[in-house]
Design a protein around this ligand. Structure first.
Ligand SMILES: Nc1nc2c(ncn2[C@@H]2O[C@H](COP(=O)(O)OP(=O)(O)OP(=O)(O)O)[C@@H](O)[C@H]2O)c(=O)[nH]1
Length: 369
């Protein structure tokens, strides 16, 4: 890829439903960028910026976080403009910018904001939609609007083919729904970065986005009500008291149907004094990923729960109960206590692929965490 000396910097919008694998794909790009410097703008839905924490360590000061709420409902794009401007400064030496949308964002709004930006150094670099191959058919049945998102895409990454019962079937279905986009299968977001970044949408492609797709009607209630996220609630939970692993597993095993997405980091205190546990639930999928606590990090559990029809008070109460008030000290934390959690820790190969800790590109140090 060519360096950013005087050239315009493509801004790629990375979107896809909750838990489809956007952060995983972004981390893959950051670790396999082949020398290109990637700036990332991360937009979390929940009040705790879990996604930003998950990518920040890899990119240091070239990540900016737009937390708490979908960017797509910003009244105008000026907040985004400020961040794009910061990343596009020649001194930042950035070659390409990726905006990771929240899993409930309306991608056309983000595309519109990028196209509307008058910054001379940036140019819209296309829309990448990530699809969870294992969940796609159910998600689509619940949210038919997803088809419209796919029609706007320049590239669709059909991710998690390892988990799909019929990956070919999903690929065929997605191909039948897109217009001109390339459709590529992937596991753990492993796509060739060049493929992604060199796929500039042709003028003609941008021109194809219809007036309805891109026109901003203004932030009125009717339009907002049609957005995906209008039907979702989110709950953030933070605790400095360690969680009891058995109680947390009991909570997770009985989580309500509407609670589609959980992400964050868990402190099990004396049960594991070395690691924090990244936790991800997507539908019925559940995984824990142990990783050493970053040096100097405050030992906190931080979770974001997203779903429909959530009883936030009841969920919060259950989580509070999972904070072991009677947590034993290290000497008495029995080994079996963690067994329930360890059942959900993936095999080393999958864990490495998911977290990709092995070859960081830029040791800017953890930011924003
Ligand atoms: N088995 C499997 N798991 C995957 C794959 N890609 C991602 N995951 C896991 O899926 C979970 C969600 O991935 P994320 O990358 O956080 O998803 P996201 O789209 O950023 O999530 P939101 O920002 O909440 O919408 C994590 O546990 C990932 O490790 C894959 O190809 N196969």
């Amino acid at each position: 890829m060519e360096r950013s000396n005087g050239r315009q910097i493509p801004v790629v919008v990375l979107a896809g439903f909750l838990g489809s694998g956007k952060t995983t794909l972004l981390n893959h790009l950051l670790h396999h960028s082949g020398g290109s410097r990637i700036g990332a703008v991360v937009n979390d839905f929940g009040a705790i910026e879990i996604d930003a924490m998950a990518v920040a360590g890899a990119v240091g000061d070239s990540t900016v976080s737009l937390g708490n709420g979908c960017l797509c409902c910003a009244v105008d794009g000026s907040e985004l403009d400020v961040y794009l401007e910061r990343l596009a400064r020649p001194s930042a030496g950035i070659d390409v910018i990726v905006i990771e949308a929240s899993g409930l964002a309306e991608p056309q709004e983000l595309v519109r904001m990028v196209l509307a930006s008058e910054h001379p150094r940036i140019v819209y670099g296309g829309l990448v939609e990530v699809v969870d191959a294992a969940e796609f058919e159910e998600t689509r049945a619940r949210h038919p609007g997803i088809d419209r998102h796919l029609r706007l895409a320049d590239l669709v990454v059909v991710n998690k083919v390892d988990r799909a019962a019929d990956p070919e079937g999903v690929l065929g279905l997605v191909r039948s729904l897109v217009e001109r986009a390339a459709v590529v299968p992937a596991t753990h977001g492993r796509v060739d970065p060049e493929f992604l970044f060199d796929r500039r949408p042709a003028e003609e492609r941008v021109g194809q986005l219809s007036f309805d797709d891109l026109h901003r009607h203004g932030p009125d209630a009717d339009e907002h009500a049609g957005h995906l996220h209008a039907r979702y609630d989110s709950l953030s939970f933070a605790s400095s008291t360690p969680l009891d692993p058995r109680r947390l597993i009991r909570f997770l095993d009985s989580r309500p149907e509407g609670l589609y997405r959980i992400k964050g980091y868990v402190d099990f205190g004396p049960y594991d004094t070395v690691n924090r546990y990244a936790v991800h639930a997507v539908g019925r999928f559940l995984r824990f990923y142990p990783e050493p606590w970053p040096a100097g990090a405050e030992r906190l559990t931080q979770l974001v729960l997203i779903g429909t029809g959530l009883d936030a008070a009841a969920l919060r109460k259950e989580l509070e109960e999972a904070c072991g008030s009677g947590t034993p000290d290290a000497a008495h934390a029995d080994e079996q206590g963690m067994w329930g959690v360890l059942r959900y820790v993936p095999e080393p190969e999958e864990a490495v692929e998911a977290g990709e800790p092995e070859e960081a590109v830029d040791s800017g140090g953890p930011a924003g965490s």
